[in-house]
Design a protein around this ligand. Structure first.
Ligand code: CTP
Length: 438
């Protein structure tokens, strides 16, 4: 029971005119060269939901790479082709990405396993996808431009707010869809349809996640971490027993969910505060994993991080955070001088520092951290080694010590101007009785 409707007007209203222009051009080229081309997937779903999504996914009923090459002649951008998958990606100068894919019959959870891509029709291509809400397509050829194709009830499910698979074995074929289902559920405030939920539960029972390669598991968890509604998704994961399937013994208590929400609030605060300043990269997932794993013994944490094939740098941050949170916060409790505060914090990963803010309730400690992040981080001195040279001090390792001392003095308010800094340095050398003049 195919359903079709003209959504040209909606497209004209919702899409930026540049994108609309690109879609018209694509339709024209397809007509001229005898291709059939469709806009598909999240791009169409979000268009109907009224949400911005400027990554354009196209399916072509013939060879996508030849078509992409044709189109790229008329658009300024960078074309990359992937012949083993018969796909191509054109990145326009505006940053808009256009993905070209050849219509195919099977969905490859593990692309390397099936190098042969069999050309098929748009309907078969859409059937192999994850959920009905992702099976909508729009024709782009000129004489049918804007015709919405809905073979599997996608518009109805979008209206009802339902996540529904197209066939029983969907989650067995591709267990990452379990994560996608709950991610979309939280993101759009939808509900997983009853039968689909049973499929999820059954596939979890049979241990589909055990066979999932660590990298793919990690990628799905990261996709969740990046969502605005991540904490709701975590709650749902816990409800469905997904956490304990990945991390044995992991108990996601109400307390933990509150801490997770704190992490997101603090990250939002940090991002807002640092918009103007040179932005320091903070790994969200390092903070989230630290929170989830915090109360597990270190060997268990290590084995989980190994199972997920977490990149080494992130692993290090997580281990440091789990190990240091307690000692760092008790150290901070007794830190009074600014210079000590800086000394205690400057070698610690930013994620660990922000984590303490989310983890601890002690307001005194938090204030010290806020003060460090807002006022002290990156503070230096005005005088340089050149100035020390001018003073006639023999260059050497002592320069570093001297400048470090001045920096402490400056942090603690003992000196404020460059002149005072110089004076302080001179005093420093006098007291040390160093041979200043070489
Ligand atoms: N897809 C799938 N099974 C997966 C991953 C993707 O069937 N495990 C299909 C979906 O139908 C989806 C399309 O491939 O529409 C593209 O996937 P993705 O790039 O993840 O796009 P979106 O659905 O737009 O997801 P997001 O909004 O999070 O980018």
């Amino acid at each position: 029971d195919e359903f079709s409707e003209d959504i040209t007007e909606l497209m004209a209203r919702r899409l930026p005119s540049k994108i609309l222009g690109v879609l018209y051009l694509i339709g024209q080229k397809a007509d001229k060269e005898g291709f059939k081309v469709y806009g598909v997937g999240g791009f169409i779903r979000d268009l109907l939901l009224g949400k911005d999504n400027l990554d354009i996914d196209l399916v072509i009923e013939q060879d996508a790479i030849s078509f992409a090459k044709l189109v790229s002649k008329h658009l300024n951008g960078d074309l990359k082709t992937f012949s083993q998958f018969q796909t191509a990606r054109l990145t326009l100068r505006s940053g808009t990405r256009i993905d070209f894919a050849t219509a195919r019959i099977e969905y490859y959870a593990f692309p390397a396993a099936s190098p042969e891509v069999e050309e098929s029709t748009i309907k078969q291509d859409l059937y192999r996808r994850d959920f009905t809400i992702n099976t909508l397509a729009v024709e782009l050829n000129c004489n049918s431009f804007g015709k919405l194709l809905d073979f599997f009830g996608g518009t109805k499910d979008l209206k009802k707010g339902v996540i529904r698979v197209l066939y029983n074995l969907s989650f067995v074929e591709d267990p990452t869809r379990i994560f996608r289902a709950i991610r979309f559920e939280s993101r759009f405030n939808f509900n997983i349809e009853e039968q689909t939920l049973i499929f999820i539960k059954n596939s979890l029972e049979t241990g589909v996640l055990d066979k999932l390669p660590g990298e793919r598991l990690y990628e799905e968890l990261r996709n969740i971490v990046d969502e605005d509604e991540a904490v709701n998704t975590f709650r749902r994961m816990d409800e469905l027993g997904i956490f304990t399937k990945i991390f044995p013994n992991l108990n996601v208590s109400q307390d933990k969910l509150v801490k997770l929400q704190n992490i997101y609030d603090i990250l939002n605060w940090y991002e807002r505060e640092n918009k103007q300043k040179q932005e320091k990269f903070v790994s969200k997932e390092a903070m989230v994993f630290s929170c989830l794993l915090q109360d597990q013994p270190l060997p268990i944490i290590s084995s989980i991080l190994e199972r997920l094939k977490v990149p080494q740098k992130i692993r290090d941050v997580i281990i440091t955070t789990v190990k240091e949170t307690e000692s760092l916060s008790s150290k901070l409790e007794y830190t009074e001088k600014n210079s000590e505060l800086v000394q205690n914090l400057e070698e610690i990963p930013l994620e660990t520092i922000l984590f303490v803010l989310a983890d601890k309730e002690n307001q005194k400690i938090k204030n010290k951290i806020y003060y460090y992040l807002e006022e002290l981080i990156g503070a230096g001195v005005s005088i340089t080694g050149e100035d020390l040279k001018t003073l006639g001090i023999k260059p050497g390792p002592v320069y570093k010590t001297a400048l470090e001392e001045v920096r402490k003095a400056r942090l603690d308010g003992l000196v404020t101007t460059p002149e005072e800094e110089l004076e302080y340095v001179l005093d420093f050398f006098e007291q040390k009785g160093e041979d200043m003049h070489g």
